[in-house]
Ligand binder design. Structure first.
Ligand code: NG6
Ligand code: CA
Length: 521
């Protein structure tokens, strides 16, 4: 009996020690004491939202009150970065904490691409799951599915559920790519077995109309790319046959994902959860629900930003109503910078008016200039994060190591930096260096400086009308004095140029594309 009591006492002691350790990791001003439960964690991730697209980030032509509320009640980062200027690599880095240029497959993927995260690899949801979190993704995936030729009529695996998500409700790639269906835990939703789905990215299926050959069937015109299969009057990338009953409704997508996200948090409020709410806006095709169509006065891109903002407001209301907002850390960001014409004529460029999606930044999606990767980045945790603005350099890749610290896990990472205090607003001591990426090219941000090696290729992508950062000479900017990157200091400051070049080569190691021009001329 004595032994039994002793055993229980020592077990009690161990449990209370473990608890204290976890509390210590999240303690300090203005953090509330006695957090008995680990916080829920929600990443709200938009698709192609620019640095200047939110009123919280200075936009005057569009009002985003619900996202602004997160910024006003949380921490708004002015130097928050996606890892890349396109989707797949940024999402790869967010979920794995690894630089995307270390994985040669981390580039814009077709809907048929295999999963690019190894099932052996550590991921954010896996890490949280191991600590007792329930984990889910709702929204855009775009990290590949299956391991070769996917049969969409059977369980599609491996996918999100094999890399750490207990539950998944996704669109496979992008809204403009087939298959245009939702996939729940590996199964296409509403699939009729008598109408099987076939997908091909090279060849059309006989007799199926295409955007290229059947303009009379289109409700949205394609500008470049996007001329393969037609779904809901919108021409897409890739060919699809069958699956009629399973096809999504574009105008209802935002409401649909919102409902799924709301249902998830309602049914998981008893236990800590991690939800990756990966919204599809304002990526093309922009298909606002009729409630929002025409509401921004700047075309469908503005309308879907209003729609996304409304969804976020509704979602936060749900957290509040369920009594869990105070126990929830929210990270809000975007996977890459903005683009107006990304392949459809939808008036987003002609109706833009005075709105500047990139703010004062140069470039946009696909670009090594700042607007490619510097994005809205907000952390919010009611009662735990002192509201304010942080100029610390942070990257989405750092979320993994920082959350490890928050939940008291030892996590060995090389690329993901532990910046918990920075994300919680207790320190301004962000990263010193960051390698940013854009369509397989990389550049170095170090302190206030930005160095872009000389790259071959067009200076401007004329289809999307964005300056890419390619140049015969290397580019060097002091972002503190010249945030808009107007003056190349490469020739006038050779010492800094040399220092940045050497640091860049050291950080990139041998792991870079040999098509780059790297000589310091
Ligand atoms: C490009 C598409 C673009 C968009 C992008 C992916 C063409 C011509 N352009 O290839 O419309 O889909 O891929 O965007 O097809 S991302 O945000 O998912 O990276
Ligand atoms: Ca994107």
């Amino acid at each position: 009996m004595k032994k039994l009591i002793l055993f229980f006492l020592s077990a009690l002691f161990l449990v209370s020690c473990a608890k204290t350790k976890k509390q210590e990791a999240i303690k300090g001003e203005p953090v509330k004491e006695n957090i008995s439960k680990k916080p829920n964690i929600i990443v709200i991730y938009l698709d192609d939202l620019g640095y200047g697209d939110l009123s919280a980030y200075g936009a005057t032509e569009i009002k985003t009150p619900h996202i602004d509320a997160l910024a006003d009640g949380g921490l708004r980062f002015t130097n928050g970065y996606a890892s890349s200027a396109t989707c797949t690599p940024s999402r790869y880095a967010l979920l794995t904490g690894v630089y995307p240029w270390k994985n040669k497959n981390a580039k814009i993927l077709p809907g048929t691409a295999p999963l690019i995260i190894s099932t052996e690899q550590q991921t954010l949801p896996k890490m949280l799951k191991a600590e007792g979190y329930d984990t889910a993704i709702v929204g855009k995936w775009h990290l590949g599915l299956g391991s070769g030729a996917v049969n969409w009529n059977e369980k599609v695996t491996p996918g999100p559920n094999e890399v750490g998500f207990d539950e998944s409700y996704i669109l496979a790639a992008t809204q403009d790519r087939v298959p245009t269906v939702y996939i729940k835990n590996g199964h296409v939703v509403n699939l009729d077995p008598n109408d099987p789905i076939e997908i091909d990215y090279k060849n059309n299926f006989e007799g199926e109309p295409t955007g290229k050959d059947n303009p009379e069937l289109l409700t949205m015109k394609w500008h470049h790319g996007h001329n393969s299969s037609i779904v809901n009057g919108i021409p897409r990338i890739g060919y699809m046959k069958g699956g009629e009953a399973a096809k999504w409704s574009d105008i209802d997508m935002a409401d649909h994902f919102l409902e799924k996200a709301q249902a998830y948090v309602k049914s998981h409020k008893e236990k800590p959860f991690f939800l990756y709410y990966a919204m599809q806006q304002p990526h093309v095709p922009r298909t606002p629900h009729p409630r929002f169509a025409g509401k921004s006065g700047m075309g469908p891109r503005g309308d879907v930003i209003l729609e996304a903002d409304w969804c976020i407001g509704e979602f936060i209301k749900t957290l509040e109503a369920e009594g869990i907002l105070d126990d929830t850390l929210i990270v809000f960001s975007s996977d890459n910078g903005p683009v107006l014409n990304d392949g459809y004529y939808d008036d987003s460029d002609t109706k833009i008016g005075k709105h500047t999606p990139a703010g004062v930044l140069k470039g946009g999606k696909y670009s090594l200039f700042e607007a490619g990767t510097r994005v809205p980045f907000i952390t919010y945790w009611k009662g735990h994060i002192q509201p304010g603005v942080s100029n610390a350099l942070v990257c989405q890749m750092d979320v993994l190591a920082s959350l490890a610290k928050l939940i008291g896990v030892e996590e060995k990472t090389t690329d993901s930096k532990e910046l918990l205090d920075v994300l919680l607003g207790k320190s301004d001591n962000g990263r010193e260096d960051l390698i940013i990426e854009a369509t397989s090219r990389t550049a170095l941000r170090s302190g206030d400086w930005l160095y872009i090696p000389a790259y071959k290729g067009p200076a401007v992508n004329t289809q999307v009308n964005i300056e890419l950062g390619n140049s015969d000479v290397a580019l060097l900017y002091n972002l503190k004095d010249d945030l808009s990157q107007t003056t190349n200091l490469y020739a006038s400051n050779p010492e800094k140029a040399k220092e940045m070049h050497e640091k860049f080569v050291k950080l990139r190691g041998d792991n870079f594309s040999k098509t780059q021009q790297l000589e310091l001329k």
